[in-house]
Design a protein around this ligand. Structure first.
Ligand code: MLT
Length: 393
């Protein structure tokens, strides 16, 4: 018997497992202290009423033999695929149709699973710092240091890295960005689409934080960029959009026009999903559909405004305290430089033990994240106000 030895080359634990473990240990040792969690980007507001109503109705349907449903269709119910196509794409003037949308249990799994459809010898470009799933899943698939092109994102380049001189086969882009909170304008994303089309590369575009975009001129989808339908796969999630981190629903878009060596990538993904995935529950898909109703849309927007308000408070508190802070405008994340004398993990421990605040150390997202730190706006307003007071005192 052999194991997949690629796993031995990973960091011992996943970033958010490690931060969670340290926070749990601290709480266990200090049961009387109120620890404020602004670490992992997990939502705290309840599901909105339109979603809850749709779930209740779907539960009742499951209780009746006339309306009971068994296995869902492997790529999603037509009602949800169509609602996504109409609202997230056609309604924005983007030509994506329902059969180019694959409903799943979330963007994290799809971002990892997508590697199944690509060959082993590809080179991979990732931002640095980066959502660790992109790198770790490539390591699990056998890629090593030489296969990666790291694109440093720093205060100096506004966290929008230059296009590399060399060729990358697969490029991961996440905008609005996790962890830096940076949003990318059309002009920037266009450069990547042109690069990908010129080199025959594929862009894996993670748009999980799209719903936080409030400024004009910031694309919500990579397909707003001309030529992206020939080079990009897009991942979307209801997690941050509608509080589904515990419910689990997302989707991946692969346009039929995305062709590699004569093969439609959407067909490979369809084959992969049909074999390895059994679909998302009917109740969950009805819940996701309700996000697109008039009430659902208004309710979900109010929740996101609340989180954006939190992020703005954190950023303002840090900025007023003389700390250079970024993100928050079109993103739930605030990214900032740790005070001098600390590295990122040292500051994590300092915040936890002296201020009882859990954040995420920048170096956990990559080498260029060293010296930075991330806080999220996903907490409750009271917690955020208290955290800012503690931090700035
Ligand atoms: C994060 O904190 O970066 C996110 O929660 C990660 C995720 O969505 O999986």
């Amino acid at each position: 018997l052999n194991i997949n030895e690629n796993f031995l080359r990973l960091e011992k634990s996943y970033l958010f497992s490690e931060t969670g473990k340290r926070a749990r240990e601290y709480k266990a040792a200090h049961p009387d202290e109120k620890v404020i969690s602004l670490g992992i980007g997990d939502v705290t507001r309840p599901l909105v009423p339109a979603v809850i109503a749709a779930m209740h109705k779907a539960v009742d349907e499951m209780a009746d033999s006339d309306t009971f449903r068994g296995y869902p269709p492997e790529y999603g119910y037509d009602f949800l695929r169509q609602a996504i196509a109409d609202n997230d794409y056609q309604g924005r003037g983007i030509n994506i149709s329902a059969d180019e949308i694959f409903v799943s249990d979330g963007a994290k799994s799809d971002c990892g699973n997508i590697l199944d459809i690509f060959g082993p010898s590809n080179t991979i470009a990732v931002c640095d710092p980066v959502y660790p799933v992109y790198v770790d899943t490539n390591i699990m698939a056998g890629r090593t240091g030489d296969d990666f092109i790291y694109l440093p994102c720093t205060g100096e380049n506004g966290f929008l890295p230059d296009i590399p001189d060399e060729k990358a086969d697969i490029i991961y882009l996440c905008f609005p960005n996790n962890p830096t909170g940076t949003a990318a304008p059309v002009s920037y994303l266009s450069k990547w689409v042109d690069y990908a089309n010129a080199n025959g590369s594929v862009i894996l575009f993670d748009a999980a934080y799209e719903a936080f975009i409030r400024q004009g001129g910031i694309p919500h989808s990579i397909y707003e960029i001309s030529g992206a339908d020939k080079c990009a796969i897009e991942f979307r999630s209801f997690s941050k959009t509608a509080g589904f981190t515990g419910v689990r629903c997302g989707y991946t878009v692969i346009p039929k026009t995305l062709i590699c060596h004569g093969y439609e990538l959407s067909q490979l993904w369809a084959r992969r999903q049909a074999t390895k995935f059994n679909g998302v529950s009917y109740i969950t898909q009805r819940a996701a559909e309700a996000v697109y109703s008039d009430e659902g849309r208004a309710q979900v927007k109010a929740v996101i405004d609340y989180y954006l308000g939190n992020a703005a408070l954190i950023k303002k508190g840090l900025t007023d305290a003389g700390i250079a802070a970024y993100g928050a405008d079109n993103s739930p994340y605030v990214w900032f430089r740790v005070p001098s004398g600390f590295d990122s993990w040292g500051y994590f421990d300092e915040l936890l033990s002296h201020y009882q605040i859990v954040g995420t150390p920048g170096s956990g997202f990559g080498k260029s994240g060293e010296g930075y730190f991330r806080l999220t706006g996903f907490g409750s307003r009271d917690d955020v106000i208290q955290a800012v007071e503690r931090l700035t005192k």
